[in-house]
Ligand binder design. Structure first.
Ligand code: NG1
Ligand code: MG
Length: 559
């Protein structure tokens, strides 16, 4: 991890509310949160941790293949008011006050109060492997079988405990904590409510334990890594896009985030007249529940595609230990970099060469290499498990160990070719998108058109090659695009591009619209998407909204 981001302590701001207001955040929500915290716990919170959701402009399902992506933080966020548990006000939860115990409340009435205490495993016995003690001495029960709100709180806490309360760290005993959560990022909508939950939870436990004040304060880069690991505890093997956007984003800029050879984020300003509009298809995508045949399956397909390509290209991706070859997971980005001779490992930790990367992608897409991923049988693109194992050059036992032992997926059919093709094409589109944004000159209109075209192409590929859209999402995209046939009084409506954003299989689309047309565009979409019929004004406003790139996570000390 590069130390290129601020020390984490700069994430804490003292505020009497003025800072909150100057950011354009709704003061009422913050005041209500503080009031409710006092009602529930009998004292004021010490901190409020805030982490935003994000919208991804382009670069879908390529972060876990380690290619760069292009998200922006949105104004919607998760807020967690928190404080160490107070001895004097412990009327309602007498059984707590044990080290690290947590009383978690949610402002949303659907989510009930949760009380939990982590356990510390400090002895190495028959049933406790030595590694478990060294790597993760703290344990918290996280239910992966169903989506529970407190799982995200626990996931954030788990990382804090196992990074900052280990035998080798300066802190030893976590304080008992009270938290109250509220949020307005619509769940399951591709705007990353989950990362916002995990990041804000991570921040809340770091702050209440005083870690930002000590020498262990993490950098923003370290926070991203911790939040990424934490999110995996909930059962989704995600890449790092959402956590990077939520932690690192700066107001007014989108981010180009790359992951190889190490995490790097570059703020990029969009053209002056670009407005992003998000519209929710209202199809809730339950990523944790469907991960076995959706998200996690895509992660496995892209990783196996990388293995098959490295086998056919004879790339030296495995290490040898004496005579035995040690197999490991390789990403599509690593295959590309090794093939193009620009592979660097994390030790070098320099920013990747974008010109080399671009050339590598163009070569890969021009050549015939991707055909290695097709079955040797005409008429289908996907392969069976046995075909895939054969193509990997590995024996079955080691293949199963490397590719399936850590993940639960459900299918008999793997679309290695289509998934890899999407990943390489999408990675190239992200680089083109970045270049257009950075190019000088004042040909705004043509820039917006090029960006929009890249977004439209991305949607087609998500839909057809990556199979992560949904018929209703496609309907919504069509509604959005039909704005370009409408007369606005200034000519035809200026919507440049529309695409599914985030993991997909439901959720939101993101549209690139001309600033002057944003209001008319929003009305257009609200009036025409079938599932919006009969919705209240308030629900409609929460379903279709313009957003400016917002600021990343922060902790506010309540004064
Ligand atoms: P969502 O489900 O939209 O938050 C997920 C992953 C990302 C990325 C996108 C697809 C998580 C937390 N995030 O985002 O890392 O892979 O899908 O581009 O699972
Ligand atoms: Mg998510």
């Amino acid at each position: 991890m590069r130390e290129s981001f601020d020390r984490g302590s700069s994430m804490v701001s003292d505020t009497d509310g003025a800072f909150v207001l100057s950011l354009g955040l709704s003061r009422e929500r913050w005041d209500e949160l503080v009031r409710e915290f006092e009602m529930k716990f009998g004292h004021k919170p010490t901190y409020i941790a805030r982490a935003p959701g994000r919208v991804n402009l382009i670069g879908e399902h390529i972060d876990y293949a380690h290619f760069g992506v292009f998200p922006a933080a949105i104004e919607h966020d998760i807020l967690i008011a928190c404080a160490p548990q107070s001895m004097s006000t412990n009327i309602t939860h007498t059984s707590t006050h044990q080290p690290g115990s947590v009383v978690a409340e949610n402002l949303h009435t659907r989510y009930t109060r949760q009380v939990f205490t982590p356990t510390y495993c400090h002895t190495v016995g028959d049933d406790v492997p030595r590694d478990a003690v060294r790597v993760a001495p703290w344990h918290l029960d996280i239910d992966k079988s169903e989506l529970r709100w407190e799982s995200y709180v626990k996931a954030g806490y788990y990382g804090v405990l196992n990074h900052f309360f280990t035998p080798s760290s300066t802190s030893t005993v976590p304080v008992p904590v009270e938290i109250l959560v509220t949020g307005n990022v619509p769940p399951g909508s591709g705007l990353s409510s989950s990362a916002a939950m995990v990041v804000s939870s991570t921040l809340a436990f770091l702050a209440t334990n005083g870690i930002f004040d000590g020498e262990d304060a993490p950098t923003k880069g370290e926070l991203v890594n911790i939040a990424m690991e934490n999110e995996k505890r909930v059962g989704v093997n995600s890449g790092g896009m959402d956590q990077s956007a939520s932690v690192i984003a700066l107001p007014g800029s989108a981010l180009y985030v790359s992951f190889a050879p190490s995490l790097h984020a570059e703020p990029i300003v969009l053209p002056r007249n670009a407005v992003l509009v998000c519209a929710n298809s209202l199809v809730v995508s339950n990523k944790a529940e469907n991960a076995r045949h959706q998200y996690n399956l895509r992660v496995v397909e892209t990783l196996v595609a990388a293995r098959v390509l490295s086998n056919y290209l004879n790339l030296e991706v495995d290490s040898t230990d004496g005579k035995a070859t040690k197999r490991r997971l390789v990403t599509l980005r690593e295959v590309l970099a090794r093939k193009g001779n620009f592979y660097r490992d994390e030790q070098d930790a320099q920013q990747e060469e974008l010109t080399q990367l671009r050339k590598g992608l163009e070569d890969m897409l021009k050549g015939k290499v991707l055909d290695y991923l097709l079955p040797r049988v005409e008429g289908r693109t996907g392969v069976t498990l046995d075909e895939m194992i054969y193509m990997s050059g590995m024996d079955k036992a080691e293949f199963m160990e490397v590719y399936f032992s850590w993940v639960d997926v459900e299918t008999t059919h793997f679309e290695l070719y289509l998934r890899a093709k999407h990943v390489f094409e999408e990675a190239l589109r992200v680089l083109q998108f970045r270049e257009v944004c950075l190019a000088g000159g004042d040909n705004e209109e043509s820039k917006l058109q090029t960006l929009g075209k890249l977004m439209n192409d991305s949607h087609e590929s998500c839909n057809k090659q990556f199979d992560c859209s949904h018929s209703k999402v496609n309907d919504l995209v069509q509604v959005a695009r039909s704005f370009s046939e409408m007369e606005t009084g200034r000519g035809k409506g200026k919507v440049y591009g529309s695409r599914v954003t985030g993991a997909g299989w439901g959720g939101c689309i993101v549209c690139l619209v001309h600033r002057e047309d944003a209001d008319a565009f929003i009305v257009h979409v609200k009036e025409r998407y079938a599932s919006y019929e009969g919705m209240s004004e308030e629900d409609l406003a929460n379903s279709v909204f313009a957003t400016e790139p917002g600021m990343g996570a922060c902790v506010f000390r309540c004064t």
